[in-house]
Design a protein around this ligand. Structure first.
Ligand SMILES: [Zn+2]
Length: 318
């Protein structure tokens, strides 16, 4: 028995000794891919992956002081408006048929940021026809019910996330009534605009990422919108594998669509709040602060994949 235990220990030790260089290689690959463009993403995913994240299911929590989150809305592109907080993003894609809204923030922010924010930007919140929820966590879904009830907007979510939100009966703002189940490859079209859904399970099982076109001073450009990022999901190897496969899938979808812009629903990952202020200072001839190019979009997904591979390797060794 003692001999067997000793043998097992030797195996375990040699395994973890072999694992460390593998983990280090993934971390180095993530760091290289991040460069100076995605420091927030690498900090969250590779350096402090277990830190608590805003959102998640659960009961009511205290509303933070408005000064810590309130942000002025911004017209980010000709037809894409940012109506987020300093921390979380919501986006309004303006089309000839009305507005497709992406993500809805916490309940406390939906009125001041989305409803009032759209008005400040000269848009009518009653024109919101579709609300696409990228995943059913409080920081992105709590505002959905208000928009559904007040404006009759159609709410789109992945099937597993409809199940998730319906279990969470105490959601501030209320649970939206089940409406459109977003499928992989589905195109949500409104007037002359559309967003294409890419099913990217991992962060939640129903996470939807998006591909859509916007105009920058009249020039069409393509956005890859990552629907779920952090690793606050059950810690098992299979879940990491799912997440990693989704990053690869979204990178390919972004490449096929020629995306030069990567967006997220947290400023931590894409600096939305900063870019919303920078765009106001942009002069004629200057590049758009959000447009980092095809290569950067690919590097973003390398960062998320490589950090996940490092964490997966750690987990596999336990
Ligand atoms: Zn989340």
């Amino acid at each position: 028995m003692k001999k067997l235990l000793a043998a097992l220990l030797v195996t375990a030790t040699s395994l973890s000794a072999a694992a460390q260089p593998v983990i280090d290689a993934h971390l180095a690959a993530a760091k290289k891919a991040a460069g100076t463009d995605f420091s927030g993403t690498i900090a969250r995913l590779c350096i402090v992956p277990d830190a608590p994240v805003g959102g998640g299911a659960g009961g009511p929590r205290p509303i933070p002081d408005r000064a810590t989150w309130y942000a002025e809305p911004a017209r980010m592109f000709d037809n894409l408006y940012w109506v987020g907080t300093k921390i979380h993003s919501a986006w309004a894609l303006q089309t000839s048929g009305g507005i497709i809204l992406i993500d809805t923030l916490y309940n406390y922010a939906v009125e001041p940021e989305i409803v009032e924010g759209l008005k400040k930007l000269g848009l009518d919140p009653a024109a919101i026809k579709y609300v696409v929820i990228t995943h059913a966590h409080g920081d992105h879904d709590e505002g959905a019910r208000l928009l559904q009830d007040r404006y009759g907007a159609h709410v789109v979510m992945g099937a597993p996330d409809w199940d998730l939100i319906e279990k969470n009966v105490n959601i501030p703002g209320g649970v939206p009534k089940r409406d459109i189940v977003g499928e992989d490859g589905q195109k949500i079209t409104l007037g002359d605009g559309s967003v294409t859904l890419v099913s990217t399970p991992g962060h939640t099982l129903g996470t939807l990422s998006l591909i859509f076109a916007v105009k920058d001073r009249g020039r069409p450009v393509t956005v890859a919108y990552s629907g779920g990022t952090a690793f606050n999901f059950p810690k098992d190897v299979a879940r990491y594998d799912t997440y990693i496969a989704s990053q690869k899938k979204m990178a390919e979808a972004a490449k096929a669509a020629g995306a030069t812009i990567i967006m997220s629903n947290h400023s931590e990952f894409d600096d939305a709040w900063d870019r919303g202020r920078l765009v106001k200072l942009r002069r004629t001839g200057e590049p758009h602060p959000y447009e980092l190019g095809n290569d950067a979009v690919q590097r973003y997904f390398t960062v998320t994949s490589e950090c996940a591979l490092a964490m997966r390797e750690k987990l596999a060794q336990r």
